[in-house]
Design a protein around this ligand. Structure first.
Ligand SMILES: NC(=O)c1ccc[n+]([C@@H]2O[C@H](COP(=O)([O-])OP(=O)(O)OC[C@H]3O[C@@H](n4cnc5c(N)ncnc54)[C@H](O)[C@@H]3O)[C@@H](O)[C@H]2O)c1
Ligand SMILES: O=C/C=C/C=C(\O)C(=O)O
Length: 490
């Protein structure tokens, strides 16, 4: 049984040593506001030291390791996470208040899979080659080799803390880079536990470094401004991506951005109704709506609109909200009071914009310690126009707006009318329509009769304000390595 009571102070991990920061900040539970831990904040000098240690490690034993040897080490990291599985569950629950079952079935298993998948992909990847006959009868033989980029800055968000940190760490390390990681200030616990696993596995000092702190004017910004970093892999808000892009522009650093979204779910009248209701309830309220892929916009074909709204209302009101270790709990709190204030500001905005409130729109009163937490109710609106801010701006909470539509061309235009382009879920029984629409939707990812079903070999990422680049499968191998072409005249 995972426990999520207060933990000890959380240190930094720099050059193979656990060290204090220049000051500490509080890590507060979103369940009931209790102090989870005090966290070391890295100074600019400590961030610079971490990057220098990572740079030095590239020319040490780590830089001499073969791909299979690195892959074997990644598997040992996965073994280390497995061995401390319940501690990782407790760490994610302590910081996010999520249901234990979610951490046990998604977050920690995916961290293990992230290391194992990219260890195996790196160890089995092949390079390109070609032969070019010459006019003089000679031959040119071209082949490519993958080299590490160097020091990679890994900056991750709070909504799936361990999953998203390891989604980057797995391929970055498997491809021979060294890393300096800056997890979100909201969720430092599982990253710190991971540092203990890395240390126990015996990664050479400087290969993996962990700094805690905030963004602007703190560890996050300091990291992006270090001249020695070769690339930044970032997941977070679109505006943060923009700030990081500016910070690394002068150095022309490589960036991989997985940013925000305002994703649509489209339900046609011919869809499996019960599957679509269950699927949209999941895609709108999963992880309390704190997933960049969540459907905050739902379009339902007019003949089933009223029936669908009623059914989704019933599902939302049946969701079990409760303590992380309660049996059957499905929804936890939002990650912080600050984030709840943002979500509540959209609840108020919706009233101003004239939304019909179908359910939710407020804070549940428990009459216990949870009233000091960051809870909101799952919320459904209808009646807003496509130009409403609540229909255009990312809210990042358990909320969706449902609108009717009449035909494919209309709904396609409305789905694509967004500054984001991350994900879309289509619910229909017509295979031809599914393929036709899927290729015309302007998002990096389209699910048909499903949502957040993942194969780690597939490209993941979005367009427009949703990001730059793709990670997943060989796309991660490509991003986290420098490819050189060697041409030999035979
Ligand atoms: N596309 C995806 O795969 C994906 C996944 C998860 C979250 N997100 C997005 O992330 C957001 C929620 O996460 P969040 O609130 O942690 O995002 P955020 O951008 O506020 O913070 C993300 C990380 O960046 C750091 N940071 C903030 N400002 C920085 C700066 N100027 N320089 C360097 N680092 C900085 C933060 O400390 C944190 O570690 C949502 O918009 C969500 O859509 C996207
Ligand atoms: O909140 C965004 C979730 C991103 C998920 C992934 O990057 C993944 O499942 O690999």
């Amino acid at each position: 049984m995972a426990t999520y009571q207060s933990a000890p102070d959380l240190p930094l991990y720099i050059d193979g040593q656990f060290v204090d920061g220049f000051r500490q900040f509080d890590n507060i539970s979103p369940v009931d506001g209790h102090l989870v831990s005090r966290v070391a904040e890295a100074s600019e000098a400590q961030v610079a030291a971490a990057v220098k240690a990572a740079q030095a490690a590239l020319s040490g034993p780590w830089g001499q390791l073969s791909v299979p040897a690195r892959a074997a080490l990644m598997h040992r990291v996965a073994d280390g996470i497995e061995a401390r599985f319940e501690e990782f569950v407790a760490a994610e629950v302590a910081d996010t208040g999520r249901p234990e079952n979610l951490a046990r079935t998604l977050d920690v298993p995916r961290a293990i899979a992230n290391f194992r998948t990219f260890a195996d992909l790196a160890a089995t990847s092949v390079s390109e080659c070609c032969e070019t006959p010459q006019a003089d009868g000679g031959l040119l033989f071209n082949y490519t080799v993958r080299k590490p980029l160097g020091v990679v800055a890994v900056i991750s968000p709070w909504n799936l803390p361990l999953l998203l940190l390891t989604w980057k760490l797995g391929p970055a390390l498997a491809m021979g880079n060294t890393v300096v990681c800056k997890p979100s200030e909201e969720t430092p616990s599982s990253a710190t536990l991971l540092a203990e696993v890395m240390h126990a596995v015996g990664l050479p000092a400087g290969v993996f470094n962990l700094i805690h702190g905030f963004g602007p004017g703190s560890a996050g910004e300091f990291l992006t401004r270090q001249p020695e970093i070769a690339a930044v892999s970032f997941t977070g808000e679109s505006r943060t991506g923009s700030a990081i892009m500016k910070a690394v522009a002068d150095g022309v650093k490589e960036v991989s951005f997985e940013l925000g979204g305002k994703n649509a779910a489209v339900v046609f009248a011919d869809a499996d109704f019960d599957a679509a209701v269950a699927g949209v309830a999941r895609s709108s309220f999963f992880n309390t709506g704190q997933v960049c892929l969540c459907s905050e916009r739902v379009y339902v074909e007019r003949p089933i609109f009223d029936r669908f709204v009623a059914a989704l209302k019933e599902r939302a009101e049946a969701l079990k909200i409760g303590y992380p270790n309660e049996a059957g709990v499905e929804l936890g709190p939002l990650v912080s009071q600050k984030h709840r204030d943002k979500v509540l500001s959209y609840f108020a905005l919706a009233r101003t914009e004239g939304a019909n409130l179908i359910t939710g729109g407020d804070v549940p009163l428990f009459g216990d310690a949870r009233d000091n937490g960051s809870w909101v109710r799952p919320t459904i609106w209808t009646g807003l126009g496509d130009d409403a801010r609540c229909v255009r701006e990312e809210i990042f909470g358990p909320v969706c707006h449902i609108a009717p539509f009449d035909d494919e061309e209309e709904v396609l235009a409305r789905v694509n009318d967004s500054q984001y382009g991350l994900a879309c879920a289509l619910w229909t029984s017509q295979v031809g329509r599914a393929h036709r629409l899927a290729r015309r939707v302007h998002t990096g990812i389209v699910w048909v009769n499903s949502w957040y079903a993942r194969d780690l070999r597939t490209p993941f990422g979005g367009s427009k304000l949703s990001g730059m680049g793709r990670e997943g499968g060989r796309h991660s191998l490509d991003f986290y390595s420098e490819i050189s072409n060697i041409c030999i005249k035979l």
